[in-house]
Design a protein. Structure first.
Ligand SMILES: C[S@@+](CC[C@H](N)C(=O)[O-])C[C@H]1O[C@@H](n2cnc3c(N)ncnc32)[C@H](O)[C@@H]1O
Length: 284
């Protein structure tokens, strides 16, 4: 049984980075008339109560989306993302946080296909009811890693794949790499977005290099971003120092969008003087 519940972490610094990038990638995909598919292999519940006991228990959103909520000087891509969070909170108070399926639901057009996978039975049911009326949408309670191959190539030959596991099990690191390799074999033109936690753990430290090697082997361009907000893990070596996203076949606009936002995120979300970011890319 899976213990991880994203509700404990909703709206934290990692969600801000991930959902900022997801928003910009989906905006770019929507610029062409031709529909596209978003496959969200680890979708979560879709949306989360910030006022509920899970999010309140750790209060991670306090160091994440809360720091941006009242800001008047947001760089344009961050303002775009924040507008989506605001649209999810119609009474203008930060009470709920949109997960990746909700961000997708707000940005995607009716003709675009949304495919979501979520194994936790409670989060699956919440997600199913949230997306119930969205056309061209499938919500499945099967393994997102194993199901991905059946989604590729997509019918319109345009797709974004978000791979966002909890890394509750160390085997997730190898599965992410295998999923990217297989995905690129089946559909080399897809935009693949992989989120990972920055931990004091060998698997976490090595992941970006391995993903780069996989993209290079397929002769695909990539972009890697990492936002470090904390200096130290707890005494057992647990706790996220930050998080990263690795994107294969990124929109050509993404690098400049992130360059405009990352110094701001370091300033607002950094929890120590040495908070920093990495932004690197390789063209095809
Ligand atoms: C980090 S959370 C997802 C957050 C979500 N993508 C978002 O941005 O709002 C990871 C989710 O994956 C689910 N999960 C874990 N292993 C899975 C698997 N093999 N297939 C599908 N879902 C899985 C967990 O129950 C959890 O809800």
């Amino acid at each position: 049984m899976l213990a991880y519940r994203h509700a404990f972490h909703a709206g934290n610094h990692a969600d801000v980075l991930k959902h900022l990038i997801l928003t910009q990638v989906l905006r770019y995909m929507g610029e062409k008339d031709k529909p596209y598919t978003l496959v969200d292999t680890h979708a979560g519940a879709g949306g989360y109560s910030i006022e509920g006991q899970y999010a309140q228990k750790k209060g991670e959103y306090v160091h994440g989306v809360s720091k941006l909520w009242d800001a008047k000087d947001l760089p344009a891509p961050l303002a775009d993302y924040l507008d989506l969070v605001r649209a999810f909170n119609p009474d203008k108070q930060l009470r709920q946080y949109p997960g990746s399926p909700a961000i997708a639901n707000l940005v995607m057009r009716e003709e675009d296909r949304l495919r979501t996978y979520e194994l936790h039975p409670t989060d699956f049911r919440i997600l199913q009811s949230y997306l119930d009326s969205r056309p061209n949408t499938q919500v499945a309670d099967t393994d997102g890693f194993a199901s991905l191959r059946g989604e590729l190539p997509p019918p319109s030959r345009r797709a974004v794949v978000l791979i966002d596991p909890s890394y509750e099990l160390k085997t997730d690191y190898a599965k992410v790499l295998a999923a990217l390799r297989e995905g690129l074999e089946r559909f080399a033109d897809g935009v693949y977005m992989i989120w990972y936690p920055q931990l004091q753990l060998l698997e976490s430290a090595q992941l970006a290099q391995r993903l780069k090697a996989a993209a290079d082997a397929s002769k695909r361009g990539w972009l890697h971003v990492r936002l470090t907000v904390q200096q130290q893990a707890d005494t057992r070596g647990f706790g996220m120092l930050g998080s990263g996203m690795f994107i294969v076949n990124p929109p050509f606009t993404l690098h400049d969008d992130l360059q405009a936002c990352l110094p701001y995120l370091v300033e607002k979300l950094g929890q120590y003087d040495g908070a920093n970011f990495i932004l690197e890319q390789r063209a095809k």
